[in-house]
Design a binder for this molecule. Structure first.
Ligand code: XCC
Ligand code: SF4
Length: 629
């Protein structure tokens, strides 16, 4: 897939990226694209998922050639078993990432409830009360903090192993819950399903590909309806729910005349404190004393999404922009929490005056400055970090600074609450628009960049094609910056949409592509699907909806795809996971799941064809609901 001979124009859609790739090259700085070339061609066994390293009788590799003797591992596992086990662990890794992020928010809530922090508070009591209601916690006449304590207990127990099912499954239509019961994939506890996946895939346990794949679905559901959903809910409770607002995106949001701090990773817990610290008058005065016009916070990846949708902090870039952002030479500090942070960023920071600062004990980087950020001391620690960045401004080498491009306007802050509010308090107007065919359906485009593909080319092309067909697009994760830079996240983008979307979005003054948050916020999208399905009295799999991750790369993206499908949402991937070595697993993913859970994966590298496939799906579902195509 990767071609070492690609020109810079073939690597990325964006001028800001191209300019930084040239600068990196001239300064001798290596990026992910260079390392991909070094790694290409990849091991074909690993690519097809048929390498097993689960025990020391191996490693074993299963040949794709039927006449080869290598058909079974030392223990006797065949390609189907090995591929399913590898995929199961892959999904477990992603589910663990999202869910452990969710758990960190539970622990912040715990610190609030126990009075151990005044750095964090409950900014959104309404949402706390409504969540408590959904969790069947009594709220009438009770103190906020008491209710928060009960919510905390329910959240903690959702992670454990004593429940028969996760608390927020109450959000689902009954039809869906019955399917899961029948297949025995109702998620019980987040940690439980992940642990069980590790157990099942130990040598000598679950040696039936179909069985392992079903548990992969259960594990992913524990992420979507558990870990991620708790992460989203508690982030809104602690930091406030997103509301529509304007911001900007691209490397052009960095400022030549300011101290630039990039926040990167996923969790708002640290980045919100960095933002608060950047408002400290003393630190601003220090920055001014050094000749800077203030302190500029900008986001990368999903931490960026979190700050963008709540605080309208500009977005410097997505996954493949993270290294290039440092190459501008204008970044005083990169402050990271966890996930999707390329280890290379430490080295690249070292080529400039940039300080690379880690903040989580579970994500240490050799060579970084480390702060063990704790809820009780987070703000004071954040001030120290911002102080380091401010001092760094004096070390900036102006001759090496090049900030490419201009900030691009974007609209952000959409979530179920803000959308429903904009619709007058219910989902009914949305349903009416779907029934009338003005909004023919909706597709969530989530996720990443992958240097194997021209950066953002598929993300952007797919979104463009879908809105032309009057299919509303919700973007999360790294697709946000892509859509933003392509001009799709502003109300004016309705000019690129079909007549129905143009009418509806035009009358609401919203873009045809809505920014719906970070990767854990895909839980908002499945929640919305459940709300629509329940209101219509149908299952999620009956809705004219789809999901896509065109340029995905991570274990987390696989978990999202798996929970979307298991929730009944047809899901497109731009390239396959490492499963091609097993016909059984591939057949299950592309077809068999349709029979079991009413949705399947579809793999298609061409975004125009992918849009057609999603369109066909939406058409079919509309007709089945008795609507016009
Ligand atoms: Fe990571 Fe969430 Fe993918 Fe971006 S989109 S590369 S997972 S930061 Ni979730
Ligand atoms: Fe080989 Fe089986 Fe061990 Fe895997 S579990 S490494 S296939 S012997």
């Amino acid at each position: 897939m990767a071609r070492p001979d690609r020109t810079i124009d073939e690597l990325t859609l964006w001028d800001d990226a191209k300019e930084m790739l040239k600068k990196a090259k001239s300064e001798g700085i290596e990026t992910a694209w260079d390392r991909l070339d070094q790694q290409t061609p990849h091991c074909t066994f690993c690519e097809s998922g048929t390498t097993c390293t689960n025990c020391t009788m191996g490693p074993c590799r299963i040949s794709a050639k039927p006449d080869s003797k290598k058909q079974r591992g030392v223990c006797g596992a065949d390609a189907d078993v090995i591929v399913a086990r590898n995929f199961g662990r892959f999904v477990a890794g992603g589910s663990a990432g999202h869910s452990d992020h969710g758990r960190d928010l539970v622990e912040v809530l715990e610190a609030i409830v126990e009075g151990k922090t005044d750095n964090y508070t409950i900014r959104n009591p309404e949402k706390l009360f409504s969540l408590a209601g959904e969790m069947q916690i009594a709220t009438a006449g009770r103190e906020l903090i008491e209710v928060a304590g009960d919510v905390l207990d329910v959240c903690f127990s959702d992670f454990g192993s004593r429940r028969k099912e996760l608390s927020l499954l109450s959000r689902l239509p009954m039809q869906r819950r019955k399917i899961w019961q029948k297949l025995n994939i109702t998620p019980r506890g987040v940690d439980r399903e992940i642990t069980e996946m590790m157990h099942r895939t130990h040598m000598g346990c679950d040696n039936d590909a179909g069985s392992t794949m079903l548990h992969a679905a259960r594990t992913a559901l524990a992420d979507g309806w558990g870990g991620s959903m708790i992460g989203t809910e508690l982030s809104d409770i602690i930091f406030g729910g997103p509301t529509p607002k304007m911001s900007t995106a691209s490397l052009g949001v960095l400022r030549e005349d300011a101290v630039n701090i990039l926040v990167h990773g996923h969790n708002p817990v640290v980045s919100e404190m960095i933002l608060a610290a950047a408002h400290d008058p003393e630190l601003i005065a220090q920055a001014r004393a050094l000749g800077a016009d203030g302190i500029n916070i900008a986001g990368l990846c999903c931490t960026g999404n979190e700050l963008l949708m709540r605080q309208s902090i500009p977005m410097a870039g997505n996954h493949l922009m993270t290294e290039l952002a440092i190459v501008t030479g204008a970044v005083e500090a990169v402050v990271v929490d966890y996930q999707c942070i390329m280890p290379s960023m430490v080295r690249i920071s070292g080529c400039y005056h940039t300080k690379f600062i880690t903040t989580a004990n579970k994500a240490r980087f050799t060579g970084a400055i480390h702060y063990d950020i704790q809820p009780a001391t987070a703000l004071a620690q954040a001030k120290e970090i911002v102080g380091l960045a401010v001092q760094g401004y004096a070390e900036r080498d102006r001759s090496r600074v090049n900030i490419p491009g201009k900030p691009v306007e974007i609209m952000t802050g959409f979530c179920n609450e803000s959308v429903i509010e904009a619709l007058g308090g219910t989902v009914q107007p949305l349903i009416e628009a779907i029934k009338a065919g003005d909004i023919r359906g909706a597709v969530g485009i989530v996720g990443c960049n992958n240097p194997k593909f021209k950066q953002d080319s598929m993300n952007v092309a797919l979104a463009r094609e879908l809105i032309k067909k009057d299919i509303l697009v919700l973007v999360t994760g790294c697709c946000t910056t892509a859509a933003g830079k392509a001009g799709l996240l502003v109300p004016e983008a309705i000019e690129m949409a079909g007549p129905g979307l143009k009418k509806i979005c035009g009358s609401l003054g919203i873009p045809p592509v809505l920014h719906y948050g970070s990767c854990v916020d895909n839980s908002r999208i499945i929640h919305l699907c459940a709300l629509l399905a329940k209101t219509l009295g149908v299952d999620i799999s009956d809705l004219p909806v789809g999901a896509s991750s065109p340029e995905w790369y991570s274990e987390k993206a696989a978990a999202i795809g798996m929970y979307a499908v298991a929730s009944g949402i047809y899901t497109h991937l731009g390239h396959p996971p490492h499963i091609l070595g097993s016909k059984t697993v591939v057949d299950l993913a592309l077809h068999g799941l349709e029979e079991l859970v009413g949705a399947s994966f579809v793999i298609e590298p061409d975004p125009v064809i992918a849009a057609d496939l999603l369109d066909v799906r939406i058409r079919t579902k509309r007709l089945a609901l008795g609507l016009t195509a």
